[in-house]
Design a protein around this ligand. Structure first.
Ligand code: SAH
Length: 347
């Protein structure tokens, strides 16, 4: 199995069967070797630098009804909110002073945010903070809409593909949401010029190891600039309330595999990973992740953007506790840097 890791290190790709064997391997020596290889690759491209992104959760209003998500349309127990332009700009102001040079606007698919409104918000942020990158994570929109947002100055777009398997996709989403459209959106985003991110949850209901291998093969082929990977965590007001959470260790292992497949990828150690495991985000960094996304949302809405239960929201993952984060990152031998933290190619 060590040979398989060597092959992944040298060639950046494995067959589906090799991926499955590696994912299933529970030999500690092999898994530790995989982690060390991922760290080596990561250091070649990004040194020991960790990029931070200020996450602004702009709305928990959503027209979709994804079975796993706590802010799904039919959750009547969710207390809804949305941020307007001035709320968002004041988050950026706070974040800029703290040292953030990327703002991530994430939210449900909320019809309030028309192209016009988003263009105004994005161009205002870029005008006020020309040295900052703007990342959007606002779900599926038309190609024309994505293009307008890009032209307004948005730099990056995160849209997890959620699963590359059609049948699995339909077990996680209502019929009106299709893998086909999700993939079409991802292709459009990349074509327009966004630094584009895909990704999936680890341990989502009905997910098999074979599904994960297919997700990894899709990632290897699509070559996104960013990949968001976190464990699935159940939310009490969703159809998946009784499903078990995804495994932190498997999540970390997948981070290492992705680092070896795409050495220059921007790979966050996610809040979900930090939520299922003590020091989960630090563990993610130690497995090849190079980004963390502290929460910059106004404090009074943070507990409302509840995609899953037990989400970390007030400790070191919060933007105002950046010093704590810097310390914990330093302790494990890495360094939080003040930078836009753009995608780098190795050569
Ligand atoms: N509406 C946007 C943003 C979604 S929230 C979009 O469609 O892209 C960002 C990510 O959170 C989702 O892509 C999903 O992978 C993750 N997520 C949602 N519910 C979750 C849960 N219960 N556990 C873990 N991650 C979850």
């Amino acid at each position: 199995m060590k040979k398989t890791v060597d092959k992944l290190f040298n060639e950046g790709i494995l067959s589906k069967q090799e991926l499955i064997s590696l994912l299933e391997c529970n030999d500690d020596v092999v898994n530790e070797f995989l982690r060390e290889c991922a760290v080596k690759k990561r250091k070649e491209v990004y040194s020991n630098h960790v990029y931070i992104r200020g996450l602004i959760e702009i709305s928990n209003i959503c027209k979709n009804d994804c079975f796993y998500c706590g802010i799904r349309k039919s959750n009547k127990n969710c207390s809804r909110y949305r941020l307007n332009k001035s709320d968002i700009l004041s988050c950026c102001e706070t974040g800029y002073k703290l040292g953030f040079r990327t703002f991530v606007l994430q939210g449900g698919e909320d019809g309030y945010y028309t192209d016009e409104i988003l263009i105004d918000i994005i161009s205002s942020i870029k005008k006020e903070y020309p040295d900052c990158a703007v990342t959007l994570s606002l779900g599926e929109r038309t190609k024309e809409s994505y293009k307008k947002l890009y032209d307004a100055g948005a730099d990056r777009y995160l849209l997890r593909h959620e699963t590359a398997n059609n049948e699995h996709y339909s077990k996680l989403h209502p019929a009106e949401l299709t893998l086909r459209n999700r993939m079409e959106c991802l292709r459009n985003l990349k074509e327009i010029g966004f630094q584009t991110g895909c990704g999936f949850m680890v341990g989502s209901p009905f997910q098999t190891i074979e599904n994960i291998a297919d997700d990894l093969l899709f990632i290897a082929e699509f070559k996104p600039h960013m990949v968001g990977i976190g464990p699935f965590i159940p939310h009490i007001d969703t159809p998946f309330k009784n499903e078990p959470a995804g495994d932190a260790e498997l999540t970390c292992k997948i981070l290492s595999i992705i680092r070896l497949m795409l050495p220059d990828v921007l790979l966050p150690a996610t809040t979900a990973l930090g939520s299922v495991e003590k020091e989960g985000r630090e563990k993610g960094i130690l497995c090849g992740a190079n980004v963390v996304m502290p929460n910059l949302s106004p404090k009074n809405v943070r507990d409302k953007y509840m995609l899953y239960n037990n989400k970390l929201s007030s400790g070191a993952e919060a933007a105002e506790s950046l010093n704590m984060l810097k310390e914990s990152v330093k302790k494990i031998g890495y360094e939080v840097v003040v930078s836009r933290g753009d995608f780098k190619t190795k050569n």
